[in-house]
Design a protein around this ligand. Structure first.
Ligand code: ATP
Ligand code: FE
Length: 372
């Protein structure tokens, strides 16, 4: 089985060709880093245009690198949500054009499910059921994966995701946003003292598995203001060594508390999950923020203390990519879950099945289930 995967849910245009034995034949990403730096975030209309400009080339490159043509494909997988509908549309339209023209089945993929399932491509030992922490710019999920397509949401964020907090903090500290705020902040934090600025850990009084990062963002903002750091408008590259030191301290202190919050929620999620499914052996951590070494090291400890093994995909499979979409397409296809080839030449204004908001599974709360 040879699957083409297409991903356009956010700011990266990605495509990959993956075989059902787990062999990655190609992976191509065109990122909108320049736009992100310029507009300070994803502007849907701009992002849509960038996807539309990139999509044909990215898909062609993925096929070329795999030394294949459309005729060699078994099916096409594409992200249909969650994400920005204008952006999702570009990928879905491309996928359906190819599938229609070459009579290929099509699999609509959930972006967050793909972040989780790519761990099974990386490590074949990861069987269901498993626990997953999915951490990125837009999502902060704790998921109990019972079986393919059957997920229970143990926790989510009540406001911002951790990646958003990394990005904002990085911007306020005047870091180079071209590679994304996360990697730049992680690097600077290595120079700082993580205990120098006292931030409080979010949501300690809530004994559940939900997250909150808006308050921590505010704490960072206030700390920057109270120290009178000339940050945002003075790039770190032109900061004095004292100034650089203060920024590094803030970065390290932010990172410590941001990750402590993850650790505490994971600890509780493991307790919940092991009660529901005592056979769980793996904690999967994926999504862009899972490429962070500090995050990996801390969560490795938490998993180990609970008798679980941590599985983190390599960084380029943690951030948005086409491989995870192709792989998730393969998993569903093998279970018979796919759509027949669309008719060739669908009209331009066709109403695609796009799911901008699409929960991955039912919500679970221990308090509630005990009360019943
Ligand atoms: P979604 O939320 O829909 O999954 P996304 O657009 O957030 O998608 P991802 O590529 O999954 O895309 O995650 C990007 C996020 O990961 C950004 O917020 C980025 O700052 C963060 N990130 C990437 N690398 C690191 C790192 N080394 N440390 C911390 N955060 C990182
Ligand atoms: Fe993502």
């Amino acid at each position: 089985l040879v699957m083409l995967g297409i991903e356009t849910s956010c700011d990266d245009t990605a495509a990959a060709v993956v075989r059902s034995d787990g062999q990655i034949l190609s992976q191509v990403i065109s990122s909108q880093a320049d736009l992100l730096v310029k507009y300070g975030g994803v502007a849907p209309k701009m992002a849509e245009e960038a996807h539309a400009l990139a999509i044909d080339g990215v898909v062609q490159q993925a096929l070329d690198n795999a030394k294949l043509t459309e005729e060699n494909l078994s099916a096409v997988a594409v992200t249909i949500g969650p994400g920005l509908s204008l952006c999702l549309r570009v990928g879905v339209q491309k996928a359906r054009r190819i599938a229609g023209k070459f009579r290929l089945p099509i699999v609509g993929v959930h972006h967050m499910e793909a972040h989780a399932l790519v761990a099974r491509l990386v490590n074949k030992k990861v069987q269901f059921p498993f626990l997953a922490l999915l951490i990125s710019g837009g999502h902060n999920l704790l998921i109990l994966a019972h079986s393919l397509g059957h997920y229970v949401q143990l926790g989510t964020t009540i406001d911002d995701a951790i990646g958003e907090a990394y990005d904002k903090t990085a911007r306020w500290l005047g870091l180079d946003m071209r590679r994304g705020g996360g990697p730049a902040l992680e690097e600077l934090a290595l120079e700082g003292d993580p205990t120098s600025v006292k931030f409080s850990v979010p949501m300690r009084q809530h004994k559940d598995c939900n997250f909150s990062y808006a308050g921590l963002k505010t704490q960072v903002r206030l700390a920057i203001e109270s120290q009178n750091l000339p940050t945002e408008n003075v790039p770190i590259s032109s900061a004095s060594s004292d100034d650089r030191r203060s920024r590094a301290d803030l970065a390290a202190s932010f990172q410590r508390v941001a990750v402590l919050h993850l650790e505490e929620r994971c600890q509780r999620a493991m307790e919940w999950a092991l009660k529901i499914e005592p056979s769980i052996k793996y904690l999967v951590v994926s999504g862009g923020v899972a490429s962070n070494s500090f995050v990996r090291a801390r969560l490795n400890d938490v998993a180990g203390r609970n008798g679980l093994e941590l599985v983190c995909p390599p960084p380029r499979l943690c951030t948005d990519n086409g491989v995870m979409i192709a792989w998730t397409g393969i998993e569903h296809y093998l279970m018979g879950r796919f759509d027949p080839p669309p008719p060739p030449n669908e009209p331009e204004n066709f109403q695609y099945d796009l799911r901008p908001r699409w929960p991955l599974g039912e919500e679970y709360s221990e308090g509630r289930s005990v009360a019943r």
